[in-house]
Design a protein around this ligand. Structure first.
Ligand SMILES: [Zn+2]
Length: 596
């Protein structure tokens, strides 16, 4: 822990000089004025007979300008807070921006509602006009929500109440869990650790330490069960109530509509995943053997294999990732290099900093930022490749209009997971030492297990708890039991879960921030495994089509975007193909082990 990893801090002054920069208020004021003007010009007009396609186009352009103005201070505040959640100035600014954003939304809510209210035949006429060509998908997608949309007054009330409702609970969850400190004895020295540092210890070679660290982490969450259970219960109840109010048939439906995917597609994908749980169990048994254990505990899943337990400095990790990207396409390397030069990544571990990693795509005119907690293991190098993939995705999609900029969730992980795969193949191509190859293959398989099987478990848990929450308030024990049961299905008799893992559900922030987010990981990972096979088969001709897929951002639905490159998401054999590739990796691992 004393080694200098040469990690970096991001430079947010490209956005604003400081949290007290007067330019923040100036931008907010400009956005406010533009919103009032917008409301004056368009309120009550959109669904009217004489409103032309040209006028509709102009209004969308104005909305985009307003959002560009408002998103800058909003994102600035979010990023400041993520980098240091304990600074009161940051908290204050986040709250101010959140309230500001809610106030703006309040004023322009009418807009989407009026678009939804345009009679169907007239809408079809309008949208035929080439003036709206680049907004067709955006407009059609908006109207998917027509049956579930409430009146303007009701929508405004929900927005207003969300600030003190689900958003406040999210904030409480974030602040509480980021405030946890853990005292741990490591190699005879007791000191304080953050949760991120404890979770990183799951990658340490000492089994005793892994179990102690994970147990300490989980038990701290268990000690705070009063608050955490309350946060979960309220967020889930809030969601259930809103679904009922809007007329959704199930808690997951809104996510499907947003993702532009059907229940059939996702259920098919999840069933295929469950059919392949034995594949994960086979890996866990191999891993137990590798570690010289009778049976794996779930805190051993990420343990390093063999003595390949090296630490990478951040500049080393950067070079590895750049090389992997460059081998695929020199343009990709170039984009990624610029990103480091501009100091847009915060990679250091600090107390109070948000855990995990993310890439924030702000707007097409403001390049993205990456936050991660780099602790120096191979997994962190993969995380860097992952977040850089996002960065490239956002950069390429920067040619899209703001409303088409963000890929929908299930497609949002395409470039990131693909980036990780590039890194793995690059590492394997350079490595002849079977011990190191074993380590690389294990890391990749573990990653796939975490992104497909584990996320499948998480989604099943979420489905179950949302369904149960409709009936009654859930006790901590019930959350724990559902969690235990779903994880048990994946681990089977191949892995023993440590007792404190009962609390494993209570630190998953996706459950709090974004309903049914996790199945998008399964979708994204399996999609990439299949895309990668295409790349291996087709070679360089695949590259421009892949980059084109990324550059299309969220300009069409996933089934349509993928149909363009010959993929049918409703075909279960497509999902099976992804797992066939996992089987290939497992066989590659077995061959490597025989060679030793
Ligand atoms: Zn990601």
């Amino acid at each position: 822990m004393t080694q200098d990893l040469e990690t970096t801090r991001w430079d947010l002054t490209k956005l604003y000089a400081s949290p007290s920069d007067p330019a923040i208020d100036v931008d907010m004021e400009k956005a406010k004025k533009a919103v009032y003007r917008f409301r004056e010009t368009y309120h009550g007009k959109i669904a009217e007979e004489g409103f032309t396609s040209q006028a509709l186009r102009t209004s969308i352009r104005e909305i985009e300008t307003i959002q560009e103005l408002a998103l800058k201070p909003y994102w600035y505040a979010q990023l400041l807070f993520a980098a240091d959640t304990e600074n009161d100035l940051h908290k204050e600014l986040v709250q101010k921006c959140r309230e500001f954003f809610a106030a703006l939304r309040h004023e322009i809510l009418f807009y989407e509602l009026e678009i939804i209210a345009i009679p169907d035949d007239r809408f079809e006429q309008l949208i035929e006009d080439t003036a709206l060509a680049e907004y067709r998908h955006y407009l059609r997608h908006l109207r998917i929500f027509k049956p579930y949309t409430l009146s303007e007054g009701e929508e405004q009330a929900i927005n207003l109440k969300d600030v003190t409702g689900k958003q406040a609970f999210s904030q409480l969850f974030e602040e509480l869990t980021a405030s946890f400190r853990y005292r741990l004895d490591l190699e005879g020295e007791e000191r304080e650790y953050t949760g991120e540092e404890l979770l990183a210890m799951l990658h340490r070679p000492e089994a005793e330490l892994r179990e102690r660290a994970f147990t300490a982490f989980l038990e701290r969450h268990g000690e705070n069960t009063l608050v955490l259970t309350s946060v979960f219960n309220n967020i889930f109840l809030d969601h259930g109530g809103e679904c009922k109010l809007r007329g959704y048939d199930s808690p997951i439906t809104a996510t499907h509509l947003t993702n532009e995917l059907s229940q059939e597609t996702i259920e098919g994908m999840m069933t295929v995943s469950e059919e392949n749980y034995p594949l994960a169990q086979e890996y866990f048994r191999i891993k137990a053997e590798l570690l010289g254990m009778e049976k794996l505990k779930n805190c051993d899943v990420y343990a390093p294999v063999a003595e390949v337990n090296r630490t990478y400095t951040f500049p080393e990790a950067r070079e590895m990732v750049l090389q992997a990207f460059g081998a695929f396409d020199p343009q990709m390397r170039q984009i990624a290099e610029g990103f480091f030069k501009e100091s847009r990544i915060d990679s250091a571990v600090r107390p109070g900093k948000t855990g995990g990693a993310f890439c924030a795509g702000l707007t097409p005119s403001l390049p993205p930022y990456v936050l991660m907690n780099f602790t120096g293991n191979l997994r962190d190098v993969a995380t860097l490749a992952h977040e850089l993939g996002h960065w490239i995705h956002f950069t390429l999609a920067g040619r899209q209009r703001l409303v088409n900029y963000d890929a929908v969730l299930p497609m949002a992980e395409t470039a990131s997971v693909f980036g990780e795969m590039l890194l793995t193949r690059q590492l394997l191509s350079e490595e002849s030492d079977p011990k190191v190859r074993t380590a690389i293959l294990c890391a990749k398989i573990e990653d796939i297990v975490a992104t497909t099987f584990r996320q499948n478990v998480l989604t099943r848990f979420e489905q179950k708890t949302h369904d149960k929450r409709k009936e009654k308030l859930l006790t901590p024990e019930e959350f724990c039991d559902f969690w235990w049961e779903e994880n048990g299905r994946l681990f089977g008799d191949a892995v023993e879960m440590i007792p404190a893992y009962r609390w494993g559900w209570s630190y998953i922030s996706h459950f709090i921030h974004s309903r049914f987010y996790c199945y998008s990981y399964v979708f994204g990972e399996l999609l990439v495994l299949s895309l990668f096979r295409k790349y291996q088969e087709e070679g360089d001709t695949f590259v421009p089509r892949y980059l084109d897929l990324l550059a299309s951002g969220g300009s069409d639905s996933p089934p349509n975007l993928l149909a363009r490159i010959g993929i049918d998401v409703n075909d279960r054999t497509f999902w099976k193909m992804g797992y066939d590739l996992v089987r290939d990796l497992l066989n590659e691992l077995k061959t490597t082990l025989r060679d030793q």
